[in-house]
Design a protein around this ligand. Structure first.
Ligand code: SF4
Ligand code: SF4
Length: 79
C-alpha cells in the first residue's frame, strides 16, 4: 500500500527523519522533497552520505508494512 502524503504523516516523519544522522548531515530539509520520503520519493540531493536510518522505528513504516529503510536514498519496494 502506498504511503499517503498527508500533514499527519509528515508530522510523524519529522520525529524520525528529523533527528536521523543521514538527514541532518546531508541537510535534506533544504532540498526537495524535504522529508516523508516513503511517500514523496528520494531526495534530489545526489551525493548523500549514509549515516544510519530511523525509518524502522517510525509509526508510518509499521502502519504501511514498509521494509528496508533509507527511503531518502531509494523508494520503498512495492508489495
Ligand atoms: S518511514 Fe521514514 S521516510 Fe517514511 S515517514 Fe517514517 S521516518 Fe519518514
Ligand atoms: S529516510 Fe531513513 S535514512 Fe533517510 S533521513 Fe529518514 S530516517 Fe534517515
Amino acid at each position: 500500500m502506498k504511503v499517503p502524503d498527508t500533514p499527519e504523516n509528515m508530522e510523524i516523519c519529522k520525529r524520525f527523519c528529523g533527528p536521523c544522522p543521514t538527514f541532518q548531515e546531508n541537510k535534506l530539509m533544504d532540498i526537495e522533497p524535504h522529508a516523508l520520503f516513503c511517500a514523496r520519493g528520494p531526495t534530489k540531493k545526489t551525493d548523500c552520505a549514509n549515516k544510519g536510518c530511523n525509518c524502522p522505528e517510525c509509526e508510518v513504516f509499521k502502519k504501511y508494512g514498509l521494509t528496508g529503510g533509507w527511503f531518502c536514498l531509494h523508494p520503498p519496494k512495492e508489495e
